[in-house]
Write a protein that binds this ligand. Structure first.
Ligand code: PLP
Length: 450
């Protein structure tokens, strides 16, 4: 590692503050600086190449060297580098991308609002739910239902929806009214002797009991990731999602599908909600929307939500919400091109085709002494490092997963340790050979951790 006083490493240590980082440790350790990308691989500033097994942060669907996206950005920068969407203004990239998103998302989701990040999108969803319920004359219908271990972002409202202590401790969150229900992870939260169907029934009962106890007239929306991502990749039990939607709709509670990770093919279906057989009232997407080449998130809503919001804007004369870069033309041009590539190259089909190879190869590690559970769908998976019998972490919580991820990097595979799990989520362009290489490198890392 280059530690010369004028090196990038030294400059980073001297001047930067990193997200999700122990800053004092960083002062000693310094950064891993990524210098370039090619397909599913990235190369660091020391010239070492890695398979990017997490697609950056669950996001680079088309890989790290898609020149069509670079060209789309450059062309848009030359033509109209910036314009906004406030007060009846518009531009072609955001119009075309909204049209494309409506075409791709499930039937009934007809209107798009853009933000720059998933966190901003979920904050916007909170404000939309509050705004529409005020407009409908039911100002008390404001609470959100979420789940423990959910990840919905880190801003004040979205961080409150998140159900992870690490994002809340010392930030004084939750700061908005949110009830966190049981995480739908059967292996971890199923009781002794309880079947998966009984577990689902218990969680649905908890949901309905909570709604009744708190009063349906006080609850605005339920939010969830179809497959939970940053909390450790948890797939829901059979029947869970359709049951959640039925109960919420019975009490006039909106259902928000947070597909910031799940969207655009990640789960082996176009959207996680389609994989699990439900249609939300609001769908949130980001990350693979532009392959994260540019920051962008999209909230897609059904007519019921749109009409309630639109009616209130007519009453008030305005929707007093939006960002300078809402629907930024360069982000939207890149997003549109990215979705075209995903369709033309059938990258969602690739995820579905490679699912058995990817998942079966990982499930082969279920017998490994350090692995408690392997789970996943499509091209997203988590391996929980735990004692198989007690299901408790082996040693200090998080330590084994951190060591596996560090050794995997030495082996030339980037994955992410989240709590006690090791998460994998490779680019959708991944090949069969690289999937096998992921298995081989991860296997060596696991064996070296023993
Ligand atoms: N929602 C989900 C499901 C996410 O996974 C994330 C980020 O990982 C977010 C929201 C927040 O997105 P951002 O980091 O762009 O604010």
């Amino acid at each position: 590692m280059n530690q010369r006083p004028n090196s990038l490493h030294a400059s980073d240590i001297a001047h930067s503050m990193h997200p999700y980082t122990n800053m004092r440790l960083h002062e000693e350790k310094g950064p891993m600086i990524m210098a370039s990308g090619n397909g599913a691989r990235v190369t660091d500033s020391d010239g070492k190449e890695y398979i990017e097994g997490l697609a950056g942060l669950w996001s680079v669907a088309v890989g790290f060297s898609e020149t069509r996206l670079a060209d789309a950005a450059y062309e848009q920068l030359k033509k109209l580098p910036y314009y906004h969407s406030f007060a009846h203004k518009a531009h072609e990239p955001s119009i075309r991308l909204a049209e494309k998103i409506v075409e791709m998302t499930p039937e009934g989701l007809n209107r798009v609002f853009f933000t720059n990040s998933g966190s901003e999108a979920n904050d916007t969803v909170v404000k939309m739910v509050w705004f529409l319920n005020n407009g409908l004359g039911r100002p008390e219908k404001k609470k959100f239902l979420s789940r423990t271990k959910a990840y919905h972002g880190i801003t004040i409202a979205s961080g409150s929806l998140t159900g992870l202590a690490g994002n809340q401790k010392d930030f004084d969150l939750p700061a908005i009214p949110v009830t966190h229900l049981t995480c739908p992870h059967y292996w971890r939260y199923g009781e002794e002797g309880e079947t998966e169907a009984e577990f689902t029934a218990r969680l649905l009962k908890e949901l309905e009991d909570t709604i009744i106890a708190e009063g349906p007239e006080t609850i605005g929306a339920f939010i969830g990731e179809p497959v939970m991502g940053a909390g450790g990749v948890m797939t829901p039990p059979e029947g869970y999602w359709p049951g959640v939607v039925d109960i919420c709709h019975k009490y006039d509670i909106l259902v928000v599908s947070d597909e910031v990770i799940n969207g655009f093919g990640r789960t082996g279906a176009r959207f996680g909600c389609e994989r699990y057989g439900f249609t939300p009232d609001i769908l949130v997407s980001s990350k693979q929307l532009t392959s994260s080449y540019m920051p962008l998130a999209a909230i897609v809503v059904n007519d019921k939500v749109y009409n309630a919001i639109a009616d209130n804007t007519a009453k008030l004369g305005n929707f007093g919400h939006g960002f300078t870069a809402t629907g930024h033309p360069v982000s939207c041009a890149v997003g549109l091109e990215n979705l075209k590539i995903i369709e033309e190259d059938d990258l969602m089909g690739n995820a579905k085709r490679l699912e058995p190879l990817f998942q079966d190869g990982l499930r082969a590690f279920a017998d490994h002494p350090l692995v408690g559970e392997v789970r996943g769908v499509g091209l997203i998976a988590g391996l929980e490092m735990a004692d198989k019998k007690t299901k408790q972490p082996i040693g200090k919580p998080g330590a084994v997963a951190a060591k596996v991820a560090a050794l995997a990097a030495e082996e030339g595979l980037i994955c992410r340790n989240v709590y006690d799990s090791v998460a994998l989520c490779p680019p959708l362009i991944i090949t069969e050979d690289d999937v096998k290489e992921i298995h081989a490198r991860l296997g060596r890392a696991l064996d070296r951790t023993l």
